[in-house]
Design a protein around this ligand. Sequence first.
Ligand code: UT7
Length: 320
Amino acid sequence: MSFFIAGTGRAMPEKIVTNDDLAKFLDTSDEWIFTRTGIRRRRVLTHERLDDLAVASARAALADAGTAGADVDLILCATMRGDTYTPSLACTVAEAVGATCPAFDLNAACVGVLYCMEVADSFIAAGKAETVLIVSAEAMSKLLDWTDRASCVLFGDGSGAMVVKKGEGRLAGVLSTKPDSHVIRMPNFEGLNSPYNAVEQEKQAMHMDGGEVYKFAVNAMGSRIEDVCARAGLTPADIDWYLPHQANIRIIDASLKKFKIDKSKVLTNIADYGNMSATSVMVLLDEFAKKGTFRKGDKLLFVAFGAGLTSGAEIVAWQR
Ligand code: UT7
């Protein structure tokens, strides 16, 4: 007995930034960005706070599940950085939805939601929770160097959420780390003024070796698909829907190619949102759930990779 997905929601910033908008201040083009990544546009925070998006997506998922905040037993937020170091984003969400349960943030970069699903499964299996609210919210635009065309064109902001409840649904999950602190590195570059600090502050916003990440991503996504299917006693052909992390359409195509997966089973929305880190798979799930794409019993496979380097996959049967 594990969990099923009882409700989903999302909340996006209003501002849409196209590739042509970026070409106004960067040496880039819609043609380069689209052919290399599949991205056409992304949403970017302007007047909104990330907290507000997280609360809005959490409320949408709770309403979709017909669940009151007070009835949630655990709140998990996948984020690299909320608006405040403390309170955590999860505590901010708990306050807004009227929950008093345990609430904490989890940082596994783009794989954060999958890590949260594993934690939710463990709490439910241990009898410590029956209803878990998982929220992801990422303000990538505030972590990037907007003069670095090799990285800032790839990302977008947003929030998504899901409510999971004790029951049949989740079939298997796998998580992995291939520790590497150099391939993607995003130092905390806010100035501190401790008179005792003797460590030089890293000034760079984000360093990414795109080619190395690409190679890791293709291998990791393919391997996690194999691992999670084996754990569930399934083959990749048994999966009805693939929900891959939306980092680059070429990474998605390359990692699924070896399984000869019918492309119509692979869900993408990278053209509209870019890479929203942990939030990507949540927004993908909510969009296609709201379109009525999934039928009861359909097997959904989530797969992601990210900084750390982290990777993971989950298979959940749709029960609504
Ligand atoms: O969640 C994890 C996040 N990270 C990723 O998923 C990144 C994974 N890696 C990738 O998606 C790809 O490696 C990129 C999209 C980042 C880069 O694509 P690529 O085909 O590997 O291009 P490249 O790095 O080999 O660059 C090719 C050229 C270079 O120029 P030269 O050296 O050939 O003259 C770059 O300077 O493209 C140039 N370039 C750009 N040109 C126009 C790099 N960024 C841009 C840009 N616009 N935005």
